[in-house]
Design a protein around this ligand. Structure first.
Ligand SMILES: [Zn+2]
Length: 130
């Protein structure tokens, strides 16, 4: 069966009336929060982050922060930040930051981590000397 979208010549997916790209576009338009939630979740899973945030949590988050209106790719766009970088995505560990703020926070975190590591190495070498 053909995709029911006019001007689309692709085959529809099994048990669906639309092809995959048309279905994706339709869902993005119709359920933007849901779509953003699943994108966030699959990105988190790809990066090996724990993800216990529910769609309801995320919907609340979007409402409170205007996330859907503010998200995007510029430095002032909103992003979903994990407050504690060591923890995953959960209702009590996310906040809305701009892209620039998020990048700055992560850079500071990496600097602190690097310093911690070099300090630990230093401790090991001095302990060995004793
Ligand atoms: Zn289509």
């Amino acid at each position: 069966m053909k995709c029911k979208n006019k001007r689309c010549t692709r085959e529809a997916m099994k048990r669906h009336t639309l092809c995959a790209p048309c279905r994706y576009k339709m869902q993005k338009k119709k359920y933007p929060v849901k779509r953003a939630y699943f994108t966030l979740r699959s990105n988190a899973q790809r990066r090996g982050k724990e993800f216990t945030l529910t769609l309801a949590d995320f919907t609340e988050f979007c409402k409170a922060s205007d996330y859907m209106e503010r998200k995007g790719i510029t430095s002032t766009s909103a992003t979903v930040d994990r407050i504690d970088e060591e923890r995953g995505y959960s209702a009590d560990n996310i906040q809305c930051l701009t892209n620039a703020e998020n990048r700055r926070k992560f850079a500071a975190y990496m600097r602190a981590k690097k310093q911690e590591r070099s300090l630990a190495l230093k401790n090991i070498s001095t302990n060995n000397l004793e």
